[in-house]
Write a protein that binds this ligand. Structure first.
Ligand code: PMP
Length: 438
């Protein structure tokens, strides 16, 4: 059970690393809905790892596929070479995605998928002779990973302020957070779609013909689970269409059954030009991300520049055989077990259990959609995040429950194989620990 001492293991977000060094929590193994800690406790996973193990842990089909693949073809070069699995996987993804998004570029993470999507959007306009479209629009409090593209379009100011120069020509839409907070509303907020018109302001300010793309998470996860008001995403789509701007949905969290169906785009009934995904794509078992693009976007550069060498992008591990095998087995598992329906089947029980926490001390908002929920706590005076962190600590150390906290928001996103009794356990444990942290 040795905790890492003064070693060079430096893999966590810097801020989390400090807490971890003071109070290490190490996981040793996992199966289904549970982790096992190094001290032998069985921990109920209410966060699907980090929003990624949507089918639960160590699922046999995925384990088998990864083992088989690594013994058969562990790696194939990505330049001038390939292997069959990414083609099979692309076909499967295209069948799950909204109709025109049938072209897939594979990456190794969500951050890479975002940087790739931004580059594709910029290249798309350039190849079509609209090279003046270089601006990118993100959203306040948006989270798009930690690449320079992602932190530039991302709206978590703390994630970028120490890191020097960002991409030029980026602006941010106002967020809907303040509107959707304090409402205790169930499901999506009914009001606030007009905030999408903030894009009109940016279009006027910058001149529409200079804007390449708008990128948003359908549901902002890292900002503390911010739900889009009904009609908000539709309005963004309409404004982008009017001005020839590409719309990118970052579905790293909302993809693969989290809110029901394969992608949030489908659930919200809005089709973007590009989707970024990762996490649930390979069930967290092996790193993988992807960008899904429409034919129009894909064709622009696949048939575009005369000299293809001028248009270069790709990773050593794009379409990695082991990741592709893991993803295919993951998609099989989702399909065979009907996991994309779980958010519909369990959504009401999940919502009722979450909203039963209303009225507990310091609970100032509860938000939910699909199998996502957020319980927002009033910050302790002078110590933002401390109360939620205490709930997290109590859950983990005293009650064998893993939750996630981001600021003063408790964010829940269990594996989709969760059973009703486990939903009950999560929220009754939260009720006790929130009271204890009052
Ligand atoms: N986009 C979104 C919406 C995310 O939630 C995340 C990760 N939390 C990322 C991008 C980055 O993914 P990764 O950590 O795999 O690079």
């Amino acid at each position: 059970t040795a905790a890492p001492s003064e070693t060079s293991a430096f893999w966590m977000p810097f801020t989390a690393n400090r807490q971890f060094k003071a109070e290490p929590r190490l996981l040793a193994s996992a199966e289904g809905m549970y982790y096992r800690s190094v001290d032998g406790r069985q921990i109920l996973d209410a966060t699907a790892g980090l929003w990624c193990c949507n089918a639960g842990h160590a699922r046999p089909k995925i384990v088998e596929a990864v083992s088989r693949q690594i013994a058969t073809l562990d790696y194939a070069p990505t330049f001038q070479m390939g292997h069959p699995l990414p083609f099979v996987l692309a076909e499967r993804l295209a069948d799950l995605a909204p109709d025109p998004l049938r072209h897939v570029f594979f990456t190794c993470s969500g951050s890479e998928a975002v940087d790739t999507a931004l580059k594709i959007a910029l290249a798309y306009h350039r190849v079509r002779g609209e090279g003046q479209r270089t601006r990118l629009i993100g959203r306040e409090k948006g989270y798009h990973g930690v690449g320079f593209g992602g932190i530039s379009v991302g709206g978590m100011v703390n994630n970028r302020k120490f890191f020097g120069a960002m991409l030029p020509g980026v602006d941010h839409l106002r967020h809907t957070l303040d509107l959707s907070r304090n409402a205790f509303s169930r499901g999506l907020p009914e009001h606030g779609a007009e905030l999408a018109d903030d894009l009109e302001r940016l279009v006027q300010l910058h001149d529409a013909s200079t804007i390449a793309a708008v990128i948003v998470e359908p549901i902002s996860g890292s900002a503390g689970v911010v739900l889009p008001p009904r009609g908000y995403l539709e309005r963004l789509r309409a404004i982008c269409d009017r001005h020839g701007i590409l719309l990118i949905f970052d579905e790293v969290i909302t993809g693969f059954g989290r809110i029901g169906g394969a992608f949030g785009a489908e659930r919200f009934g809005v089709t973007p030009d590009l989707i970024t995904c990762a996490k649930g794509l390979s069930n967290g078992a092996v790193p993988m991300g992807a960008v899904l693009a429409s034919r129009q976007v894909h064709d622009a550069f696949m048939h575009g520049p005369e000299n293809a060498i001028e248009l270069f992008h790709g990773y050593t591990y794009s379409g990695h055989p082991v990741a592709a095998a893991a993803a295919l087995a993951t998609l099989d598992t989702y399909e065979e077990e009907g996991l994309f329906n779980r958010a519909f089947e369990l959504g009401q029980a999940w919502e009722d259990a979450a909203h039963a926490l209303r009225g507990l001390p310091n609970v100032i908002d509860i938000r939910n959609h699909g199998l996502i929920a957020a319980i927002e706590l009033a910050p302790r005076e002078g110590s933002p995040g401390a109360r939620a962190y205490e709930v997290f600590r109590r859950c983990f150390h005293e009650r064998d429950l893993l939750i996630r906290v981001t600021g003063d928001v408790i964010a829940l996103s269990p594996p989709l194989i969760i059973e009703p009794a486990q939903i009950e356990r999560i929220f009754s444990t939260l009720a006790d620990t929130i009271r204890a942290a009052a």
